[in-house]
Ligand binder design. Structure first.
Ligand code: SF4
Length: 363
């Protein structure tokens, strides 16, 4: 069915369908009649992936909350001696705890430990690999890779190669926040810069390590910076084709200084309409390059994540089992969502549930 748009010019619709949406188009669409943006995003979702909605059975492990970082939006780090650090044995035991659930992925991230050794990271991966050989190991954000490389005085490329040789399968594209140095200076001044994040991700792809991609939005960035971020992700994908999905992550404002600043500006987080518009915008700008747009049930809540399936999203993420980072910043959900509940949520939205692996192969 051809949709008639009254507020979106034909040439923008045409460029979108061709995968050639420009920055100005993105800004225009974000400010257009939201229901027309939603209709456009939903039609592109259908064209790319049909009515299948995917989820993954995975488990999160945050191996440490010790961190020398200073991110102003973080409620997870513990910079004193009361922080925890799992041993390799504890990490392996956690991976083995849930084998009855048929986990296909283990997602491992932690804080920036001042003296972390590359050998510890390699041993962690090798130990998991030897105890649970078939599990997909999805670990270490671009910031962790950057940090490990600096602390151990080894190039980023060689750090990635060593980890891949140990059994690292893919990496989360987190620590991206907003890929604008103006905003990073305000919300995470000690984190790697936009160019450094892009470099780590491209080097990972060049080493044969695919990544996801993310955007934390709704804090101190402008809509223009949000569009720029998504287009930066699209540019990486054009060059490497190493990105599996894009995950828009609304900012959580509890227990962190950036949240206090946002509240002073009279905002109380993101709104539901803004969340849906951002997911729709991602679908539109990434059309033709990244097929999978995830609605994160941890950040959006189950009900809004389900609704986002009509606003550009086609994936609901993972079972997780243990999620600490969003919960500590005020997310109300995050412990565990069973495969049965995923299927129920997806079917009751009128879609077809499909279990996937990390690289979006249907299981
Ligand atoms: S977001 Fe990550 S790097 Fe930043 S302070 Fe928190 S744990 Fe550390």
């Amino acid at each position: 069915m051809k949709i008639e748009y009254s507020s979106i010019p034909d040439e923008i619709v045409h460029r979108t369908i061709q995968g050639e949406c420009t920055k100005d188009d993105g800004i225009y669409l974000f400010n257009a009649d939201p229901f027309e943006l939603f209709a456009l995003a939903d039609s592109l979702r259908y064209e790319s992936v049909g009515d299948d909605v995917t989820y993954i059975i995975n488990r999160n492990i945050n191996y440490t909350n010790q961190c020398m970082g200073t991110c102003g939006f973080c409620a997870f780090r513990n910079s004193n001696e009361t922080g925890y650090m799992y041993t390799i044995n504890e990490i392996v035991e956690k991976v083995k705890e849930n084998t009855d659930l048929n986990l296909t992925e283990i997602c491992i991230q932690g804080g920036l430990v001042p003296d972390i050794s590359l050998d510890f990271c390699k041993e962690m991966i090798e130990s998991i690999r030897s105890e649970v050989p078939d599990i997909h190991i999805h670990a270490f954000s671009p910031m962790e890779i950057y940090h490990i490389s600096k602390i151990n005085n080894i190039s980023i490329k060689n750090t990635l190669k060593e980890l891949k040789n140990s059994g690292l399968d893919s990496m989360p594209g987190t620590a991206a926040e907003i890929l604008s140095d103006r905003v990073r200076e305000k919300v995470c001044p000690d984190k790697l810069t936009t160019d450094e994040w892009v470099d780590v991700v491209k080097l990972a792809h060049g080493t044969g390590i695919p990544t996801t991609s993310t955007m934390m939005y709704g804090h101190l960035e402008t809509i223009e910076e949000r569009v720029d971020h998504i287009l930066t992700i699209r540019d990486i994908q054009k060059e490497t084709n190493g990105i599996t999905e894009f995950v828009p992550l609304p900012f959580m404002l509890s227990n962190n200084p950036v949240g206090e600043q946002v509240k002073k500006e009279g905002r109380f987080g993101t709104t539901g309409i803004e969340d849906l518009k951002t997911h729709a915008l991602a679908r539109v700008l990434l059309h033709g390059y990244i097929n999978n747009i995830q609605a994160s049930w941890v950040k959006l809540g189950k009900k809004l994540a389900q609704i986002a399936l009509y606003y550009g999203a086609n994936d609901l993420g993972g079972t997780l089992i243990e999620e600490n980072i969003s919960k500590s910043a005020g997310a109300s959900e995050g412990e565990y969502l069973s495969a049965d509940e995923f299927k129920w949520l997806i079917k009751s939205a009128g879609k077809t549930p499909k279990q996937r692996d990390t690289l979006y192969k249907i299981i």
